[in-house]
Design a protein around this ligand. Structure first.
Ligand code: BDP
Length: 695
């Protein structure tokens, strides 16, 4: 097995279970008049046939116990007759219930819209895949977020920025004629977890995506994704009116520019009537934007929003903005820029905010913009691809990272004002809500560069549907669907996944350290790097270590980034003794001799964390070694190989970091800790492993 099937692996269940499930799938009654209905029916047939090892007969009416009835009141007279209460299900929700129809016991799967029934069908398959009983089902679910989007950072030349799973899925050369069946499998996987949007191209966008040549290809992809409830969006380059429109300016207040975007939007909607909208990175890391014309981000976003509004499209404007000329703490810059614009955006603009104030680190405190812009719908941006977390080979399950951020309390309106409640609209009563994940999907057979990385795609989708779901439960479902229901496998694998995020924090950036990765490519340790072109791209900017201490002072005696949080949170982060260990060096510069709550010195605690990270990976590897034989050899061996790589590299991280910090503070290692294997010179002389796109 090469991992291609993802979690939609419909292998026949163990014989002991098959009979029980067959009794609950004696016939399938599912309409097929719309494309979405057709794919719903196909998926159920494919799934049930595989899982139960026989063909499930299709029927028009319930004639036996154990029928599965799928659809909407509009598509199925049988369902209409049942007069079910579906009012809280919205467009995407579903109801699955064991009930009686014409005297027979049946399972009904109902949505208000076709796509709700499709999601319900995937849920039925999940119930069977994870071996949940089907005799008394009563599931009522609706997503808490409206836009559940994957952001592909795919370039038109096929390279994926920060992509570690091969080249882009989109074959721009063969589109629009050849529709690779992979596009359909991609759509199935996304629909199975409720993802309903995809941004096809990199935020560092090329204007060419908006030319007729590419728009025809976009149309073709949209056609494949549409039956699965997935809308297509595009990243646009702010200077497109100049680059492909022949205008002299891209000033958002220029009437010609406004007209150009309106006409471009009209052209797109002619081709793709359900087009989702634009994602924009502007005035960030060298990208053009409204500030080039002394206009604000709101001016830029609103101009695009006005072009899309007549068609129902949205603008997802990114808040990932920091400037080369701004010498203020980089962690503060997005807030400084955007907070004053609260209330100035059109109704169809969402501000897309990265989870933390810097950049997708193994751990960051939540971004202070969450809770600070009540008049603007804020959309979460997570990174599913592991740019700063060891690329594809390190096993890091991101569910706990996502969960930690979503559960963080902004205190914006008192206790319980969690980030989840900010983005799902509860806190500030927004109807337009969303979440985005930077995709980890490429052309590799296993899609994500490793089988375990698939879990991050999966967890993103499940948390996008329900941002208060438990990452452990999600890992449990994923492991069962992807590998096996064998308890002897599932339990240790889920434990290992749950441990993995803290392990990477420990061996890379413990106690609130951040951005210590190799220059540019962000792989491997380079805490000593102080090279250009800009200070806030170097590790020394972030750790600020010297002979006496370490950490970034963001308290009121330093950059005062803490003041961007609600007063109660600010007060906590401002006081080192009340700051959680996990964020200590994020907010404070402390002497190496600082007493930790544990009684240890900061230096000793740091060494302990680094060492624990390596030990945890060793433990993960030992766990996996015991599981040989529980799953197929191909996927077993791949994970075993990657864990060996990870263990070596965790050691590399620990040793290089410790020897470097030791070169500054001159302190001995605490008793019982292994000294780094090599000298600082040695670690500094290492060249980095192969990094996609850096050759
Ligand atoms: C950083 C990446 C860079 C992206 C940028 C972004 O290193 O490749 O272009 O974020 O999010 O994490 O725009």
């Amino acid at each position: 097995e090469d991992g291609y099937d993802l979690w939609l692996r419909y292998h026949t269940l163990p014989a002991a279970q098959v009979d029980a499930y067959r009794a609950h799938a004696t016939q399938l009654i599912a309409p097929s008049s719309s494309p979405t209905q057709q794919v719903t029916r196909q998926e159920l047939q494919r799934g049930l046939d595989g899982l139960l090892g026989r063909t499930t007969p299709l029927a028009d009416a319930v004639t036996s116990d154990g029928a599965i009835v799928v659809g909407t009141a509009a598509s199925s007279p049988l369902i209409a007759r049942l007069r079910l209460d579906t009012k809280n299900l919205g467009h995407d929700g579903y109801l699955i219930r064991s009930t009686k129809v014409d005297g027979h016991a049946v399972t009904i799967v109902v949505g208000n819209d076709d796509v709700g029934a499709l999601y319900g069908a995937f849920r039925v398959l999940r119930l069977v895949q994870t071996m949940q009983p089907l005799d008394h089902v009563d599931v009522r679910e609706a997503p808490k977020l409206q836009l559940r989007v994957l952001d592909h950072w795919d370039n038109l030349n096929g390279h994926v920025e920060r992509g570690y799973a091969g080249n882009s899925l989109w074959n721009w050369q063969k589109l629009p004629d050849w529709l690779d069946p992979r596009y359909t499998d991609y759509a199935r996987a996304n629909a199975s977890i409720g993802i309903n949007g995809t941004v096809l191209n990199n935020v560092n966008a090329q204007a060419a995506i908006l030319t007729p040549l590419y728009l025809e290809k976009v149309k073709a992809l949209a056609g494949v994704l549409r039956p699965y409830g997935i809308r297509v969006y595009l990243s646009v380059k702010f200077s497109a009116p100049i680059e492909i429109g022949g205008l002299k300016t891209a000033d958002p207040l220029d009437p010609q520019v406004q007209r150009w975007w309106r006409e471009k939007a009209d052209e797109i909607y002619q081709l793709v009537p359900d087009f989702g909208g634009f994602l924009v990175k502007a005035n960030s890391e060298g990208q053009p934007g409204p500030q080039d014309y002394h206009r604000t981000h709101a001016d830029g976003a609103n101009m695009l929003a006005d072009a899309l509004a007549p068609h129902g499209g949205v603008v997802m404007w990114r808040a990932f903005v920091y400037s080369q000329d701004n010498t203020d703490d980089r962690a503060k810059q997005a807030y400084t820029e955007f907070k004053p614009l609260d209330g100035k955006f059109r109704a169809n603009v969402l501000l897309q905010v990265k989870n933390g104030p810097i950049d997708f680190q193994p751990r960051e405190p939540f971004n202070p913009l969450f809770g600070a812009m009540p008049k603007t719908p804020l959309m979460m941006e997570f990174q599913v691809t592991k740019e700063y977390l060891g690329f594809a080979t390190h096993l890091v399950y991101l569910g706990p990272l996502f969960e930690e951020v979503l559960a963080a309390d902004t205190m914006a309106q008192g206790k319980g004002s969690t980030v989840a409640k900010v983005i799902d609209g509860q806190l500030d009563h927004h109807a337009l809500t969303g979440i985005a994940g930077v995709a980890n999907i490429g052309a590799d057979r296993d899609w994500s560069g490793s089988d375990f990385n698939q879990a991050n795609w999966y967890a993103f989708g499940r948390l996008a549907w329900n941002p208060v779901a438990s990452s452990r439960d999600i890992a449990n479902d994923w492991a069962r669907m992807t590998f096996t229901n064998d308890e002897a496998f599932v339990k240790p694998v889920v434990d290992m996944m749950m441990l993995s995020r803290e392990a990477v924090v420990d061996y890379m950036t413990p106690l609130g350290l951040h951005h210590l990765m190799g220059h540019g490519h962000h792989y491997g340790p380079e805490p000593w790097d102080a090279s250009g072109p800009r200070a806030d791209w170097t590790p020394v900017y972030y750790h600020r270590a010297d002979h006496d201490g370490i950490g970034f002072d963001r308290s009121s005696t330093g950059s005062n980034a803490v003041a961007q949080y609600a007063p109660a949170v600010a007060a906590q982060f401002n006081d080192a003794s009340r700051t959680p260990d996990a964020f200590l060096l994020w907010f404070h510069h402390l002497p190496w001799t600082y007493r930790m709550p544990s009684g240890q010195s900061l230096w000793d605690a740091l060494v302990q964390h680094y060492t624990r990270g390596v030990d945890d990976v060793a433990q993960m590897r030992a766990t996996w070694a015991r599981l040989d034989g529980h799953i197929d050899a191909q996927r077993y061996r791949k994970a075993a190989t990657f864990l060996a790589v990870q263990q070596n590299e965790a050691q590399w991280w620990r040793d290089a970091s410790i020897v470097y910090f030791q070169s500054l503070n001159g302190l001995p290692l605490p008793a019982g800790y292994q000294p780094p294997a090599h000298s600082l010179k040695y670690y500094q002389s290492l060249s980095f492993p192969y990094v996609p796109g850096y050759q």
